[in-house]
Each structure stands twice: as C-alpha cells, then as structure tokens.
Design a protein around this ligand. Sequence first.
Ligand code: OGA
Ligand code: FE2
Length: 525
Amino acid sequence: CLCLVVDSQMCWFGCRCSHFFLGHMTDLINTEKDLVISLKDYIKAEESKLEQIKKWAEKLDKLTDTATKDPEGFLGHPVNAFKLMKRLNTEWGELESLVLKDMSDGFISNMTIQRQFFPNDEDQTGAAKALLRLQDTYNLDTDTLSRGNLPGKAHRSEDCFELGKIAYTEADYYHTELWMEQALKQLDEGEVSSADKVYILDYLSYAVYQQGDLSKAMMLTKRLLELDPEHQRANGNMKYFEYIMAKEKEANKSSTDAEDQTEKETEVKKKDYLPERRKYEMLCRGEGLKMTPRRQKRLFCRYYDGNRNPRYILGPVKQEDEWDKPRIVRFLDIISDEEIETVKELAKPRLSRATVHDPETGKLTTAHYRVSKSAWLSGYESPVVSRINTRIQDLTGLDVSTAEELQVANYGVGGQYEPHFDFARKDEPDAFKELGTGNRIATWLFYMSDVSAGGATVFPEVGASVWPKKGTAVFWYNLFPSGEGDYSTRHAACPVLVGNKWVSNKWLHERGQEFRRPCTLSELE
Ligand code: OGA
Ligand code: FE2
C-alpha cells in the first residue's frame, strides 16, 4: 500500500488509501468561493476609494486651473484665500490618509484564517501521484487525460508541466516524458500558457535520455538550443550525447535493430507489476475474461423472500447472481435514497476521526481529517441503522448481533482498497480475538452512490468485477461452512477515476450462525 494511512480497527488485511477525501474537498470548494466573494468586496472597496480620490483630483484640477490663471485675482477673494488655507491644512491631510488607507484588511484576515485549512505541498504532490496511479490503472493516454475527454475539464499546459515535474522529482521518467510531451504539444498548437518551452524541453530531453532514447534526447536538445542557443546545460548535454553516440556507433558496428531496442524498453517500463496487480487493474478497467456462456447461463435473477421470512413474503426483493464461485449475489433496491442520506449524514462528521499510523512512534494517532474516510455506526444511535441491520439479518439468514457495526466508507478520486481478504487467515489467529465472535464469515456491502468512472469491486482470483450501483448491495461468504477461509474471495475496491464512491458494509461473524449455517462434512465446501 502506498500511503501511511491505516484505518485502525477495520483494516486488518489491507489498507485503504485516498489522497482526496470528498468531504474535505467540498469544504475547500466552499472556502475558495468565500474567498472569491471576499476578494470581490476588497476590489469594490478599492474601487470606491479610487473613485473618491479621482473626484478630488478632478475638483482640484479645475480649481488650480482657475487659480493659476490669475493668482492675484483668485486670492483677492477672501473666501478663496480661506479655502486654500483649509485645503492645505486639513483636506490634503485627509486625502493623504485616504490614499494610505488599507482596504485589504478584511480580505487578508479572511485569507489568513482560511489558509490554515489549505492543502500543502504534500497534498498537491499526493494529488498528482494519485493522478499518475489512475493513469496506469485505467490505461489512460496523456492526451485523453489532459484534454478532458473524460467527464471533466481539460488541463492547461502548465498543469501538464507541473505533473511532469512531480513525476521527475519521483525519478519517474516514464510519466515525466508523457506529461512534458503533452505540455509541449499543447504549446505547439498555440495554447497561451505560462509554461516555457525551454524548461519543458530541458526536462523532456533528460527524461527521454534517462529512458535510453539517445537520438530522441538529442533531437529535443537541438530544439531547445534553437530557442535558446546560449543554454549552458543543453550545450553541455549536446556534446555529451554526441560523444556517447559516437562511442556506441564504434561498439556497435554490426547494426542493431532499433525496433527491437524500443520494444525492450517498453517491456522495462511495464515491469515490476505483480501478476495480481496486473489482474486487478485489468478488472478495474472492465477487461476481465468473460465467463463461458454455459456458465453464465447458470446465473439467475429472482424475487427472494429471505427463505419465507414473514417480512418479505408479501414483498420479496430482487436478487441477482453476480458470480457463481464464490457465490456473489446482488440485492436491488435494497436501501432507499432517504436511508442512504441518513447514513451519510450520520457518518460524515465521524469520517474526520480516523486514525493514522505514525511512522515514528509506530502508534495509531488521531488522523488529520483529510486522509480519513470511514466511520462506524451503531444500531443504537439511529432507527435507520437498526432497520438496516435487521434487513441484513432477514435476507442473509445470519445473526447480526455478533456482527461488527455498520461501516461507512467514502472513496474520493484515487481512493481505493487494495486486494485483501475480509477474513483472518490461519497465521493471524489473534485478529478478532478481542471480539470473541470468531472469524468474519460473510460480507454485506451496500453501494450508496453511483460512480461516474472506476470504483468497481473486483475479485482478482476469479476475475469478477462488480460495478457500484446506488441502492444495491452485494453479499458473499468469506468462509466455507467448515470455517475454512475461501481464498477465492480475495477482493479489492478499484480506484475511483471520476466522481466519488460511498459504500457501507457489515462484516458478519461466525458466532450465532451455528444452526443458521451448519458445517458440512467436507472442509472445502
Ligand atoms: C471492504 C471492501 C469493497 C468496496 O470494505 O472490505 O472490500 O468496493 N470494500 O468498497
Ligand atoms: Fe473487503
């Protein structure tokens, strides 16, 4: 996991990372809006001040005109003489005060107050890294991402330049090249920007050189030198490139296959992804292998009455098979918009109270609000939560009294939950000891929002992708009836690409299910 954020209680087997926490981001948008209002007030105040000064100047202009034309005649009038005295003694002084008056007080103090909530450099870098991660997961080409073919806005070339620079400081020359190239392309197409071609070419040629494409690095450096022939580093680099080039030619008299080389480099760029990672990302993009039609035919949908549960006999619920092995079912229209709103409202203030793992002390400490994103809701605190718990009990046939509380989670853009098991494995026998209710037998997961792009729940072991759909819920068993963990339930929440994702889940435990889900004779059944 890339981040230091670890949710204290529920994060036994993975960690949830998100650099953008939606609640906080919404606050930031409001903050910025307030600041704009305050800035406009300041402009108005400054304008009215200037207006007053202008009027003064005009009045005085006329007056001094007449006065200078005939000073003696002018002063011959006693009132004029008095007025001149008065002006010079008091009015010019007042004007001086007006000119010196600082109209920016309100705006500046607003700014000072708000600034403490602003993101810092680390946040900005985090946001950029999240973007690079999304780019990889969803195979987005830089052009699409930059020009806003995604739902959203296009980047300006200075933003591309900034992203490239962040990749550069991470020694990530692959992304440096992509983003610097994009910045350059947009400038070449005539975009007006503060980004400077010379700077871009400087970074770009270096990133290209670092990746071993010497001739392209030379070409770019040449371009740079056309724009700025005196550029010291570029001149130095050019000489160095020529030297290396010559040396390589010497060593490589037998001609090398240039295409072979680039292919090798592409391989290198793509290396160090674990097979699981690759699968996970593929599933996130919706590129999973399709089930055979024969197998798919055995997936059904039905009205389900909770096994003749009195509460559902007259109004059964819609249930769909999402997957066969492990069996994953989805319930439709299972939580109403009103219930979702209530759950979100209850959770929101608490989402800012998660904990982080302090890398220095190794202890869990109260988290900075911006990285927190989950909360627990107890059935006691709201009839809505209690009703939801009962619904889960009725429809799963499992006892919810031994379950953990309802967990609400919010994933912002880039938010994800890497592949994990919900159950404790044999080498972690202490994981749920404190609870005394055994292992996590099953997971119930409500989708409380639609997600514009990304955010699927995927099962890399078996190749299943479950897409979020507001108002639905999925359910699966993590354990076999024997109590053995079902490794095929390994799953992940894909990074959110656009929009944000709200889920809530209930982890049901073994105790209390002895007669509700009795064990069978075989271990892996
Ligand atoms: C979990 C989980 C998946 C999702 O909370 O344990 O795996 O899609 N969530 O949010
Ligand atoms: Fe999970």
